[in-house]
Write a protein that binds this ligand. Structure first.
Ligand SMILES: C[S@@+](CC[C@H](N)C(=O)[O-])C[C@H]1O[C@@H](n2cnc3c(N)ncnc32)[C@H](O)[C@@H]1O
Length: 277
């Protein structure tokens, strides 16, 4: 039984060869890379919502260098421990981008013979195209996190890494007792970039715990913090281009940063776990 739902009529959506179809015959053909676009044009607030191609490529090039691998390793350990000896686990990675973390999670669960079905959803078509082109064993879907084409109470885990959080919609698709795991940047994350780019250091950061209250029990926080040396100017640029600083930094500060050929950065992220009650 498929847990995907038709974005037109909400009936079950089943995969047949290279398309997805519901019993009312609404049909969605797969893109040649192996993904399905279930984001209806009347739902879109812009022509190409989500991260653009340049951000996606920068993120892909940066992540593939392994600088953030510890984040993935910690998250995967948490999930593996949570799953224990259960099988038939449904997992959604919402805002999965180009699928780096989604794929490492899948590899990890496979290595441990954990029977799971993983769906990666992003509102960025470029992100999903890159993910589907690279990682073939995951179900990749273009859709919005605030209107998921997923059945009620069908998921064991929703993972939301550095992305848009819609706690009400995620609650709808989680089973009772299912977990929402958010990964967000901590106070010291990339502080060295801020020091170079801004004249005055701003230490603001977001805690999802302030918004995810209703309908969830908070289960706790795992902080991942370490320092790592970036290997060269290209990696510094890729990192900068994949962050929101790209949109809101002073020109002279950006120039200062992009002149550097090495930089030690602090990685500081918070993994928060919420259980649907
Ligand atoms: C900072 S990136 C993180 C990507 C990936 N999770 C990672 O950590 O590498 C945020 C992602 O969320 C996606 N996104 C933003 N708003 C979204 C929404 N409303 N629904 C689904 N995805 C969204 C963006 O397109 C982008 O790929």
């Amino acid at each position: 039984m498929s847990i995907l739902r038709c974005p037109v009529c909400q009936e079950e959506l089943n995969k047949t060869n290279k398309s997805y179809r519901c019993k009312k015959n609404h049909t969605f053909d797969m893109g040649k890379q192996g993904y399905v676009n279930l984001h209806m044009s009347n739902e879109k607030k812009s022509k190409n919502p989500g991260d653009d191609r340049e951000m996606i490529v920068s993120r892909k090039n940066f992540l593939e260098k392994g600088y953030y691998k510890k984040i993935s390793e910690t998250l995967n350990e948490i999930i593996k421990k949570e799953i224990g000896d259960k099988s038939g686990i449904n997992i959604l990675d919402i805002g999965c981008g180009e699928g780096y973390y989604t794929n490492l999670l899948r590899d990890n669960l496979n290595d441990k013979n954990i029977d799971s079905h993983i769906i990666g959803i992003d509102i960025s078509k470029d992100g999903i195209i890159h993910a589907a082109r690279t990682y073939k064993e995951i179900e990749w879907v273009v859709a919005s996190g605030s209107n998921l084409p997923i059945a009620n109470e069908s998921l064991d885990y929703v993972i939301c890494m550095f992305s848009y959080i819609d706690p009400i919609e995620y609650k709808r698709v989680l089973k009772k007792g299912g977990k929402l795991i958010t990964v967000s940047t901590g106070e010291y994350h990339l502080v060295e970039i801020k020091e170079v780019v801004y004249d005055k250091l701003k230490m603001d950061y977001y805690r999802p715990t302030q918004d995810i209250l209703d309908g969830y029990n908070y289960k706790g926080l795992v902080n991942v913090r370490y320092k790592v040396d970036l290997e060269g100017g290209k990696d510094i640029k890729n990192l900068f281009d994949m962050t929101p600083y790209r949109w809101k930094s002073p020109k002279d500060g950006v120039e200062r940063l992009l002149r550097l050929s090495q930089l030690k950065i602090t990685v500081d992220v918070n993994i928060d776990i919420f259980e649907k009650n």
